[in-house]
Design a protein around this ligand. Structure first.
Ligand SMILES: *Cc1c(COP(=O)(O)O)cnc(C)c1O
Length: 397
């Protein structure tokens, strides 16, 4: 997944352009910037690559999720349904707006289970937020159906799945709004950065304003711009955007390499009858950022994870005990360890986490191992890795 592995002269040149002009900010200073608008160019490149009308760069993927929810009008007391397996950013971004994260089970896709979503809908529900984890997707058709029936918004977190498609469309462009991250370990990196994408013109305009203190960006005198709405600073810098601009042009190359490496590893593991692979919804094509598979039970998965580490196979995650990605270790959320007071509504709305168990999620995450696919491996590296993986996993079966 990490684009940082292929950092090259292309990135250096883009950054050099920005340093030469000295304009590190994405807005204004028109006369001094020697025609360089890296953030603007990256937005246009994303629109083209993803086939979406509007892209708004922001400072991080977490910011992208908050901005997505904000432009869709989600705020105080609203419920947003999200999966138990994701990154902590999901509930952080929801709670930043005073909204309530409603966690529901995942299924064998390792993403949100549409049946669990249905069961969680209340009169307060405003949006469903699938998270396309580890390079593959939720069943978007089923989720869209639920959204239509219940008049809910569909916000896609595609932070880990740039380059993946569903029924021919890029992930992130299928729901009402989509989010991407360009942090240091994502498929495309800006160092830090993110993007909000949408086909909705009103949302796009709101994202442009909201991510820059509500500035309307009319005219070319920043100080004289009006502020039709309250906003915040979620801007990306030109330096970060410059890196991403070089990287995004190489996205098809990155995906091809991931697919090649993934296929070699998958073929090798397919020889083990006790290993099965995550389900991909019909019409879906992964980004091949991870190879995710299941072992027969939790104990075997724990042993396999240890055996892989022992054999020096790095980048394989057993998320069951992971602090960042799975509900079991989110004590700070369950106990509301906040530096500042949390609204009574959110406190009340999160009480369910004190007692709720997620046995279906445990069933899948407990048996799952997800291995990061690196770009910089040689073919020889991948073949050796495949052998080492088969050997390590076989030793615990
Ligand atoms: C990385 C990530 C984010 C947050 O992105 P940052 O750029 O690190 O803030 C959000 N959701 C998912 C699924 C992620 O993997």
């Amino acid at each position: 997944m990490p684009g940082f592995e292929f950092f090259s002269d292309l990135e250096r040149q883009e950054v050099q352009d920005v340093l030469d002009s000295g304009i590190l900010m994405r807005y204004g200073f028109d006369a001094m910037r020697n025609g360089h608008w890296k953030a603007k160019e990256l937005e246009i490149e994303l629109q083209k690559k993803l086939g979406v009308k509007y892209a708004q760069l922001v400072s991080s993927g977490t910011a992208a999720v908050s901005v997505s929810l904000a432009i869709a009008g989600i705020g105080a007391g609203d419920e947003v349904i999200m999966p138990t397996f994701t990154f902590v950013a999901s509930f952080e971004a929801i709670m930043m707006l005073g909204a309530i994260p409603v966690l529901v089970d995942i299924d064998d896709t390792l993403t949100i289970d549409p049946e669990a979503v249905k069961a969680a809908i209340t009169p307060k529900t405003k949006a469903i937020m699938p998270v396309h984890m580890c390079g593959s997707m939720a069943n978007l058709e089923a989720l869209q159906g639920i959204c239509n029936t219940h008049n809910l918004l569909l916000i896609e977190d595609a932070c880990q799945a740039i380059g993946a498609t569903y029924k021919g469309k890029a992930l992130g462009t299928i729901g009402d709004v989509g989010c991407f991250s360009f942090d240091f370990v994502k498929t495309i990196t800006c160092g830090e950065g993110g993007a909000v994408v949408t086909n909705n013109q009103d949302y796009a305009l709101s994202a442009d304003h909201y991510s820059d203190h509500g500035h309307d960006h009319v005219g070319n005198d920043r100080g004289a711009e009006s502020h039709p709405i309250l906003g915040y600073n979620f801007r990306i810098s030109e330096l970060n955007a410059a890196v991403g601009l070089a990287q995004v042009k190489r996205l098809p190359e990155f995906i091809n390499i991931q697919k090649k490496h993934y296929s070699i590893l998958r073929e090798a593991l397919s020889e083990l009858p006790q290993v099965s692979f995550r389900a991909i919804p019909e019409g879906g094509e992964e980004s091949y950022a991870f190879l995710s598979f299941f072992l027969p039970d939790l104990e075997t998965a724990q042993k396999a994870s240890a055996a892989l580490k022992e054999a020096g196979v790095d980048g394989c995650f057993h998320y069951y005990d992971n602090n960042w990605h799975y509900v079991r270790k989110w004590e700070h959320l369950k106990d509301l360890k906040s530096l500042y007071p949390i609204s009574a509504e959110v406190k009340e709305g999160l009480k369910y986490l004190q007692t709720k168990t997620f046995t279906q999620s445990d069933h899948y995450i407990g048996r799952n191992i997800s291995c990061l696919i690196k770009l910089s491996w040689t073919e020889q590296d991948v073949k050796e890795r495949a052998q080492n993986m088969v050997k390590a996993i076989s030793s615990v079966l």
